[in-house]
Design a binder for this molecule. Structure first.
Ligand SMILES: NC(=O)c1ccc[n+]([C@@H]2O[C@H](COP(=O)([O-])OP(=O)(O)OC[C@H]3O[C@@H](n4cnc5c(N)ncnc54)[C@H](O)[C@@H]3O)[C@@H](O)[C@H]2O)c1
Ligand SMILES: [Zn+2]
Ligand SMILES: [Zn+2]
Length: 351
């Protein structure tokens, strides 16, 4: 089969590799649609380590091709969506409700639920093997097209979880820092959770436009104005919840400074180096603030719930799928996505 294989920093591309087979508890799906994640850019740039030879990608939509022993209730040919995070559903972390920190049968492991395109072969390929298939194959309702569900696997699950972890309440004022794919989905999530005011922050014209389209009442350009002061003005003293969706000191700190006392900072960004918490930004530790972090929730029940939101018309992510490429041209897709050319948000990849 053809697959996008990582070989080293800035060395990756389509290769002919052996097709996977389903072992006990696993399934093989024929991939009909997938996409590229910002995290995949970190991988190919050598900023997130994976082993050479790794097939990249963690957002598969496809058709069941093969079921291993022990997987029941599915048929060959079923259309399925698989989350970016594939928990085992049986370890202590999973059973305690921390599926993303799954230890693959052995308790907790930070990020342990993220296997596809990380610790096992991923989905930018004609076929992908799904581990713990019983917990991770989510059947796609007949009336939904691949394009309507592919972004649920990662960016929607993650972005919306930022709103859920922030425990947004009806009537809350929410600010979302960065309106990339993740931040835009956090904006969607804030609306779903009942925020009365959603403020999206970015510095890119296209993305600020998308922010309004996806439900932000106000879109602020951090290059043009003092965002913290403006959020305080718009909210009459501070946001109830600030969602961080970039992963930098600047956005983390601004999110904190935007909060009212008692507010929650819900962090989704991936940070590197040191993250500092200036005492004046959080009332010297006495402001009753909450800081929470979330890794993309996965598993078939999460995917089922997200697909229900699409089926009933509560959310529509198809506008975010701005470009489309055949798998054979994935190099071009990485270039366009990586350089954020042509107003790209997400690219559809068709094996
Ligand atoms: N928690 C998770 O499970 C999870 C999952 C996937 C990705 N992530 C992380 O989420 C973050 C966002 O991912 P993405 O794919 O949306 O990123 P992206 O790079 O596509 O988008 C980032 C956006 O931030 C904007 N920006 C840059 N500087 C800014 C500033 N100072 N203030 C406001 N906006 C600014 C950019 O214009 C861009 O639109 C990354 O750190 C990514 O690694 C986390
Ligand atoms: Zn991802
Ligand atoms: Zn587990």
């Amino acid at each position: 089969m053809k697959a996008n294989v990582f070989r080293g920093t800035n060395r990756f591309g389509i290769e002919e590799v052996e097709r996977p087979r389903a072992r006990a508890g696993e399934a093989v799906i024929r991939v009909t649609l997938t996409t590229i994640c910002g995290t995949d850019l970190h991988i190919v740039r050598g900023e997130y380590p994976v082993d050479p030879g790794r097939i990249i990608g963690h957002e598969p939509v496809g058709v069941i091709e093969e079921l291993g022993p022990g997987v029941s209730g599915y048929s060959i040919g079923d259309r399925v969506l698989v989350g970016a995070i594939t928990p085992c559903g049986q370890c202590n972390a999973c059973l305690a409700g921390h599926l993303s920190q799954c230890g693959q049968g052995e308790g907790y492991r930070a990020l342990g639920g993220w296997q596809l395109g990380n610790t096992i072969q991923g989905s930018q390929a004609e076929y992908v093997r799904v581990p713990n298939a019983q917990a991770n194959l989510a059947r796609i309702p007949d009336q939904l097209k691949d394009e309507q569900v592919v972004l649920l696997s990662d960016i929607a699950s993650t972005g919306i979880s930022g709103a859920e972890s922030g425990r947004i309440r009806i009537g809350d004022a929410v600010v979302v820092f960065a309106q990339g794919p993740i931040g835009l989905c956090a904006t969607i999530g804030a609306r779903l959770m009942g925020a009365s005011l959603v403020i999206g922050v970015d510095g890119d014209e296209t993305r600020l436009r998308f922010a309004r389209q996806m439900g932000a009442d106000v879109a602020l350009d951090y290059r043009q104005q003092d965002v913290v002061a403006e959020v305080k003005r718009l909210t009459g003293g501070g946001a109830d919840v600030a969602i961080e969706a970039l992963g930098t000191q600047q956005t983390f700190e601004s999110a904190l400074r935007c909060l009212r006392p008692g507010g929650t900072l819900s962090s989704l960004g991936v940070y590197s180096g040191k993250l500092e918490l200036p005492y004046d930004a959080f009332a010297a530790g006495l402001g009753d603030h909450r800081v929470v972090t979330t890794l993309c929730p996965g598993g078939k029940e999460r995917m089922r719930r997200l697909m229900e939101l699409v089926r009933t018309g509560r959310i529509d992510l198809t506008p975010l799928l701005t470009h489309s490429f055949p798998l054979a041209d994935i190099g071009e897709a990485y270039a366009l996505f990586g350089e954020r050319r042509e107003g790209v948000i997400k690219v559809a990849i068709r094996p």
